[in-house]
Ligand binder design. Structure first.
Ligand code: GRF
Length: 203
């Protein structure tokens, strides 16, 4: 049957769709149990609903505090009986409260080779810095900003004539592969976490 996954997304949801495809192709032993978004207009919610997945807009403005908002997210995730929470373009920083109260690990995908270029616009940062390679990182989420233990990374070249758009597109292609691979390693129980170091069993 596999693991039950909750996805948090704020935008277009291409990583969500890639995960849905991997599940359909049997590349992930699991299912998406619920998709949550802080943005009502998020395409990710539409993608999920079209696929018959439970999808909810949880409006942060409807709660007095960030903790109250996150408590509601955790309630829904708990009710959906999820074993993994995946951030896929979720544009809010989770508070230490969420991380400490989550009943399962939280993963994120970042469009840069961490620890270089954390935060917003990782692709633009790499380009402006003059990096010759860029890429993406799937990592566990801790209380810092893009600072959790790294699960896997994929590298792409930065070309002389790259714009932010062309580089982002090259990275995105790798993001879609990387996220599914990382989730499947987790689903297979092959991720061994020792402090900052994540080892893949059987590799
Ligand atoms: C991706 O570039 C991801 O790395 C970053 O936000 C973007 C989300 O894209 N965290 P999408 O919504 O999955 O298409």
């Amino acid at each position: 049957m596999g693991i039950r996954i909750a996805v948090l997304a704020s935008g277009r949801g291409s990583n969500l769709v890639a995960i849905m495809h991997s599940i359909a192709e049997g590349k992930i032993d699991g299912e998406i149990a619920v998709v949550l978004s802080d943005k009502e207009e998020a395409k990710a919610l539409e993608h999920a609903k079209n696929a018959g997945i439970a999808a909810y807009h949880v409006n942060p403005k409807a709660y007095d505090t960030k903790e109250a908002y996150e408590k509601e997210l955790l309630r829904i995730i708990g009710e959906a009986d999820c074993q993994l929470i995946c951030l896929a373009g979720y544009m809010r920083i989770l508070s230490p409260y969420f991380i400490s109260q989550a009943h399962c690990p939280v993963m994120n995908i970042h469009p840069a080779l961490l620890p270089a270029f954390p935060g917003l616009h990782g692709q633009r940062q790499a380009l402006e810095y003059g990096a010759k390679v860029a890429g993406c990182t799937v990592h566990f989420v801790d209380e810092g900003m893009d600072s959790g233990a790294i699960i896997l990374q994929k590298v792409v070249p930065v070309l002389d004539n790259d714009t932010e758009d062309t580089l982002s597109a090259r990275i995105l292609e790798q993001e879609h592969k990387a996220y599914s691979e990382a989730i499947q390693l987790f689903a297979q129980g092959r991720l061994e976490v020792c402090g900052r170091i994540v080892k893949v069993k059987g590799e």
